[in-house]
Design a protein around this ligand. Structure first.
Ligand code: NAP
Ligand code: GDD
Length: 433
C-alpha cells in the first residue's frame, strides 16, 4: 500500500502520549515489529480520528520518527438523524472522525433544528455530514441511499416513536417501525454489503411491556403493550433472524427511556420540564398529565448513543440492555423538576381529581387529564445492564439529578426568552398536544 503523508505527518501535531508505541492505549488496531536497525509500531490513532500512525525507532542512532497519514473515513448512515438520538449520535460520530450520512424526511417546515449546529453547506469540499431525503416506508429509496453511501455502519434510529400516538396510527407505526427495519436489512443483502456493513437496531424496553420479571435483562421474556411495542418486537426479531440466517453483523440495543434537553416535547420528561418552566416564567398556568404513578428507568441520551456505537465495535454481534438500574415515578419527576425551579409541589386528592400544588405560590400547577391515559399501560420498567457493563465496558456517566437539572435549565432559558418577547408585545405561540 502506498501511504501519502499528509499535514498530519508533522510530529508536533501528535502528542507523544498518543503515539503508537507498541500496544499504546491510543490505538484501535496495532502491530509492532523489529527490523535490523529499527523497530516500528503501526496503528489507528483512536483519539484523533482515522489516521494511520507509523512510529520508527532507530535504536542505533537514538532517533525516533513518526508519520501519520489520513485513512479513508469510516462511513455511518443514520435513519432518524433529525430525532433526539440521531442528533447526539451524529455529533458523537463526527467527533470520532466518521463521515456521517443521515436520512431525513421531506417536511413542509424545517425539521433539522436538532442538527443545525452540525450542518455543513452542501458546497463545502470534504464535508462530513451529508443529508439524504428518504423514508423508512420507501424500500426503493433506502436501497438507493445505501447503494450510494455504502456505509460501514447503519444505525436504524428512525421510528414513529411515541407510544400513545401508536394507538392512533397503528398501521403506519408497523410500516415504519417494523417493516422499516426489514427494508434496511434486505437492502444490505440486495446490494451485497453483508460482509461490510454493520447494523444497529433501536430496540426498546417497551417490548417488555407487562413485565415478566424485575429488573429486565436480555433474557427477560417480552410482552409488548402497544402497537409501537409490537412493531418494535418484530424489528428486534427480524434483526436477530438476519444475523443468524445470513451472518449479518446486526445488533439490537434494548434501550430504556432516555431523555435530554432535545427530547421531543410530548414525551413526559420534557413535557414536565418545559411545562413547569413556562409556568415559572408566567407563560402558562397549569400542566396536564396522565398516569402519575408510571415508573421508568430514565437515563441521558448522550450516554445511550455511546452504547449504540460500542455495540457495533465488538468482535461479535450481540444484543444488549442499556439502562441505569434506577427507577423513578412520573410524580417524582415532577417534584424534582419543580424543586429545581424553586417550587415545592405537594399532592392532594386522588385519581383524575389529583392536583399538584406549589406551596410557595399556593397555585395548582399540575392536574390530571385522562386524555393522556393509554388503552394499555406499561406500569413499570427497570433495566439490568450488567451485560453491557461487562462486555462493552459501558456505564452511564450522568445521574438522574443531572438529567433533570440540565433539562430544566435549558427549558428555563427558552421560557425566559419567550417571556421577554411577550413583554415587548409580540405573540408567543403556545404549543400543546
Ligand atoms: P425521536 O426523537 O422521536 O426521533 C425519531 C426519528 O425518526 C426522527 O428523526 C423522525 O423524523 C424519524 N422518523 C419517523 N418516522 C420516520 C419514517 N417513516 N422514515 C424515516 N424517518 C422517520 O426518537 P428518539 O428518542 O431519538 O429515539 C430513537 C430511536 O430509538 C427510535 O427508533 C425509538 O423508537 C428508539 N428508542 C427510543 C428510546 C428513548 O427513550 N428515546 C428508548 C428506546 C428506543 P422527523 O424528525 O421528521 O419526525
Ligand atoms: N407522553 C406522556 N404524556 N406520558 C405521560 C403523561 C403525559 O402527559 N402523563 C403520564 N405519562 C406516562 C405514560 O403513560 C408512561 O407510562 C410514562 O409517562 C412515560 O411516557 P413517555 O415519556 O411518553 O415514554 P414511554 O415510556 O411511553 O416511551 C418512551 O420510552 C420507550 C422506551 O421504554 C419512548 O421514547 C419510546 O419510543 C421508547 O421506546
Amino acid at each position: 500500500m502506498h501511504l501519502t503523508p499528509t499535514s498530519r505527518a508533522r510530529q508536533s501535531e501528535i502528542p507523544q502520549s498518543e503515539l503508537c508505541e507498541g500496544r499504546s492505549e491510543a490505538l484501535d488496531v496495532g502491530a509492532v515489529g523489529t527490523g535490523r536497525h529499527n523497530s516500528f509500531a503501526i496503528g489507528v490513532d483512536r483519539g484523533r480520528g482515522p489516521a494511520l500512525v507509523l512510529t520508527t525507532e532507530h535504536a542505533s542512532i537514538g532517533r525516533r520518527e513518526q508519520v501519520a497519514v489520513d485513512l479513508p473515513l469510516k462511513k455511518a448512515l443514520l435513519t432518524g438523524i433529525t430525532g433526539q438520538d440521531g442528533a447526539y449520535l451524529a455529533e458523537f460520530l463526527l467527533a470520532k472522525g466518521y463521515e456521517v450520512h443521515g436520512i431525513k424526511r421531506r417536511s413542509s417546515s424545517f425539521n433539522t433544528d436538532r442538527i443545525d449546529h452540525l450542518y455543513e453547506d452542501p458546497h463545502t469540499q470534504g464535508r462530513r455530514l451529508v443529508l439524504h431525503y428518504g423514508d423508512l416506508t420507501d424500500a426503493a429509496n433506502l436501497i438507493r441511499v445505501i447503494q450510494t453511501v455504502r456505509p460501514d455502519e447503519i444505525y436504524n434510529l428512525g421510528a414513529q416513536s411515541h407510544v400513545a400516538v401508536s394507538f392512533e396510527t397503528a398501521e403506519y407505526t408497523a410500516n415504519a417501525d417494523a417493516l422499516g427495519a426489514l427494508r434496511l436489512l434486505e437492502a444490505i443483502r440486495i446490494i451485497g454489503l453483508q460482509s461490510r456493513t454493520r447494523f444497529y437496531q433501536a430496540s426498546t424496553s417497551e417490548m417488555f411491556g407487562k413485565v415478566q420479571e424485575a429488573p429486565q435483562s436480555e433474557t427477560t421474556p417480552f410482552y409488548p403493550r402497544s402497537p409501537y411495542g409490537v412493531a418494535k418486537l418484530y424489528a428486534h426479531w427480524i434483526t436477530v433472524n438476519y444475523r443468524e440466517a445470513y451472518g449479518l453483523f446486526a445488533c439490537s440495543g434494548i434501550l430504556f427511556n432516555h431523555e435530554s434537553p432535545i427530547r421531543g416535547a410530548t414525551f413526559v420528561s420534557r413535557k414536565i420540564t418545559r411545562g413547569l418552566a413556562r409556568i415559572h416564567a408566567g407563560l402558562e398556568q397549569c400542566l396536564y398529565l396522565g398516569n402519575l404513578d408510571a415508573l421508568r428507568d430514565w437515563g441521558h441520551a448522550r450516554d445511550y448513543v455511546r452504547a449504540q456505537w460500542l455495540m457495533l465495535q465488538q468482535p461479535e454481534p450481540q444484543d444488549f440492555v442499556i439502562a441505569t438500574g434506577e427507577q423513578h415515578s412520573v410524580r417524582e419527576f415532577v417534584e424534582r423538576a419543580g424543586e429545581h425551579l424553586g417550587m415545592n409541589i405537594v399532592w392532594s386528592g386522588s385519581g383524575i381529581d389529583e392536583i399538584g400544588i406549589d406551596t410557595r405560590s399556593q397555585k395548582v400547577v399540575v392536574r390530571v387529564d385522562p386524555r393522556y391515559f393509554r388503552p394499555t399501560e406499561v406500569d413499570t420498567l427497570l433495566g439490568d445492564a450488567s451485560k453491557a457493563h461487562r462486555v462493552l465496558g459501558w456505564k452511564p456517566e450522568l445521574t438522574f439529578a443531572q438529567l433533570v437539572a440540565e433539562m430544566v435549565n435549558e427549558d428555563m432559558d427558552h421560557a425566559e426568552r419567550d417571556a421577554i418577547i411577550r413583554r415587548h408585545g409580540y405573540r408567543v405561540p403556545t404549543r400543546h398536544e
